[in-house]
Design a protein. Structure first.
Length: 105
């Protein structure tokens, strides 16, 4: 089962551990701004990712507002990932409280 976590807990996890950060928004949104070190994980890339990723490494999934990332997180759990988190409030909440990797900077 995945765990929904607020941005403050996500920041602590990112700073304390080596983990995968997966942005499941569309490519244009990812290109404009994303959480630092995040990979873009589109639905088209999902099965290939699940087939080749280290499923023991923790993964934080986020979308725009924290809704669709929940279904992606559940899918990852069903694919055998051991430690899966979904960011409550998604990227919009993260951006309001933390720096991001913006293409315009």
């Amino acid at each position: 089962m995945y765990k929904q976590i607020p941005h403050t807990e996500a920041e602590q996890l990112i700073n304390a551990r080596e983990m995968v950060i997966a942005d499941v928004r569309d490519q244009d949104s990812y290109d404009k701004a994303h959480i630092a070190q995040a990979i873009h994980l589109s639905m088209a890339k999902m099965q290939d990712y699940c087939d080749h990723a280290d499923k023991t490494k923790p993964i934080l999934v986020y979308c725009y507002h924290g809704i669709s990332s929940q279904s992606v997180a559940q899918h990852l759990v069903e694919q055998g990932f051991k430690e899966v988190y979904s960011l409550v409030g998604g990227f919009e909440t993260w951006r309001a409280h933390h720096p991001t990797s913006d293409a315009n900077k």
